[in-house]
Design a protein around this ligand. Sequence first.
Ligand code: NAP
Length: 214
Amino acid sequence: MDIIVAGGHGKIGIRLLRLLASQGHRARGIIRKPEQAADLEAAGAEAIVCDLEHEDPRPHLGRADAIVFAAGAGPGSGPERKRTVDYGAAVKLIEAAGELGIPRYLMISSMGTDDIEHADERMRPYLQAKADADAELRASGLDWTIVHPGSLTDDPGTGRVAIAPKLEWGEVPRDDVAAVLAECLQAPNAVRAEFDLVSGETPIPEAVRAVAPG
Ligand SMILES: NC(=O)c1ccc[n+]([C@@H]2O[C@H](COP(=O)([O-])OP(=O)(O)OC[C@H]3O[C@@H](n4cnc5c(N)ncnc54)[C@H](OP(=O)(O)O)[C@@H]3O)[C@@H](O)[C@H]2O)c1
């Protein structure tokens, strides 16, 4: 497969690119800083340089089999960048996928997008941006999967997770999120499915095989 990962130099993004390249896929990562390209190449991936807030991604992409949205404004950013990245960049790529005939789109959303009202006030702009981007993706006609991970950690992956429509809040290593996304790309049952994701006891291939479209 030819897979484009937005946020290609992000912590999940580069893990996913490395994994996809090791599986023999063409792995391309969108970055906005050209100096990050060497790290992607070292991971076996290709760099697409495009600032998703300020540029039209379409001329940079061409055909592909799937887009994975792993970009994000990050914890140091204010509400405005939640709208321009977590919502705006995700939607630009949804529209680009539709126009370019890229059929598959995987979204890294977040746990908590279903109960924004009760979230910490500082989290609300982020969760609202994520929820709005998820809604655009569901309505897009693309073959989508929306993954709602809990709190991300840099602990080594265990290869074991819990996946369900609704889970108690928990942590999950970025390694395991990347492995779940790679598995979803191979899983027809994950199309038009969305689920919470935290660390657990079930091996990742088995957990993804049990996903049911919503
Ligand atoms: N932290 C958590 O606990 C948590 C929980 C659930 C879900 N999530 C979500 O999980 C996803 C991945 O998380 P992560 O920790 O791997 O993210 P990360 O390391 O912060 O990576 C985000 C990437 O997005 C890129 N980006 C920002 N603005 C961009 C723009 N205008 N154009 C192109 N790229 C841009 C950043 O590039 P630069 O290097 O140029 O800034 C960075 O590489 C995010 O969507 C995040 O919201 C996080």
